[in-house]
Design a protein around this ligand. Structure first.
Ligand SMILES: [Fe+2]
Ligand SMILES: [Fe+2]
Length: 325
């Protein structure tokens, strides 16, 4: 049986080494690279609603480069190869989608969240409201919801590395919210302050990079970064609340701008309150555990260890029952 007779086998999650492909994929990343002999090749990242796969173009590099735009769908002909134990497509030809192509379905390239973002957002706001009594902060949460709910629900948690998927920012923030509740109570911290710090800490990411048509740093993101952007949004919202206490405003700003923990990691100030330190540690814990879980889940090494993970500076052990879980 020709596997390609079956439409489902054209989706990225179903591609197997050795298969010929002649199908539509969205190009989300393209970069020019140098071969050992000094010639050029193109490294691409392709996606559809089922996943992502790397791809390479070895011939006609200049003409392909002229045609390729990140965020656009192309009809791609090539073969699925295995390189360093990972699947990739070796592209033979690439063509724009012909107008009215019957086998092309736009919905195949719209990334979908793997969980109910609506419900998780509501749960996060309900948790905050149940634990925050300060009227100014309750008003702040309402203004946040009015202005940023849609963007916050769908944005990625990072461009790459951790929570880099639709709804990732929400997943990361709401997970940190649970940790903040526990840690705030355990150490008798100002839990209301800590929860607000969690809410705003990565909000700037929604403007630091775009996720559609492709993941790309914005000018504001590249020049200011998400700490400064998040701080600005917090100031804009709190300015709209009559009588917002100045000392509270400064403490929240401190949480947002110090959450990377060290000046060399982009924080203009190191955490100088227990709540700011707690926010930094919770953020680190949640992002690192997520990196570990995703790396073990996606490992294609077949061995007892993952590939080397640069953000963590190590390879991770894959327990037998973790494999292909
Ligand atoms: Fe951050
Ligand atoms: Fe974060």
């Amino acid at each position: 049986m020709n596997l390609l007779d079956n439409t489902k086998d054209r989706y990225i999650k179903d591609l197997k080494a050795g298969l010929k492909v002649e199908w539509y994929y969205k190009c989300v990343e393209v970069s020019k690279k140098t071969k050992r002999d000094g010639g050029l090749y193109l490294a691409l990242e392709l996606m559809d609603k089922t996943g992502r796969i790397p791809a390479k173009i070895w011939d006609n590099v200049e003409s392909c480069l002229k045609l390729l735009r990140e965020g656009k769908v192309y009809k791609i002909t090539g073969y699925v190869n295995e390189f360093m134990k990972k699947k990739e497509i070796k592209i033979d030809s690439i063509n724009p989608v012909s107008p009215g192509a019957k086998d092309y379905n736009e919905a195949d390239f719209i990334e979908q969240a793997s969980f109910d973002t609506e419900a998780l957002f509501k749960q996060m706001i309900d948790t905050m409201k149940a634990n925050i009594k300060n009227d100014h902060l309750v008003r702040l949460i309402d203004l946040f919801t009015q202005g940023y709910e849609e963007k916050f629900k769908t944005h990625y948690g990072a461009q790459k590395i951790h929570h880099a998927y639709l709804g990732g920012l929400l997943k990361h923030t709401s997970s940190m919210m649970e940790l903040a509740l526990f840690i705030g109570r355990h150490y008798a911290l100002d839990t209301e302050l800590l929860l607000i710090g969690v809410l705003f800490h990565d909000l700037g990411k929604a403007f630091e990079f775009t996720i559609s048509p492709s993941v790309n740093l914005t000018v504001e993101g590249g020049l200011l970064g998400h700490l400064v952007i998040g701080n600005r949004i917090f100031l804009e919202l709190s300015d709209r609340i009559d009588g917002f206490p100045e000392d509270l405003r400064v403490k929240i700003q401190h949480l947002v701008i110090s959450h990377h923990g060290e000046k060399e990691f982009g924080s203009p100030e190191v955490p100088k309150t227990a709540e700011a330190l707690a926010l930094h540690v919770i953020d680190l814990l949640d992002s690192r555990i997520n990196i570990m879980k995703e790396a073990v889940r996606d490992a294609e090494t077949g061995g007892p260890f993952t590939d080397y993970l640069y953000p963590l500076g190590r390879r991770l052990y894959i327990e037998k029952n973790d494999e292909k879980k």
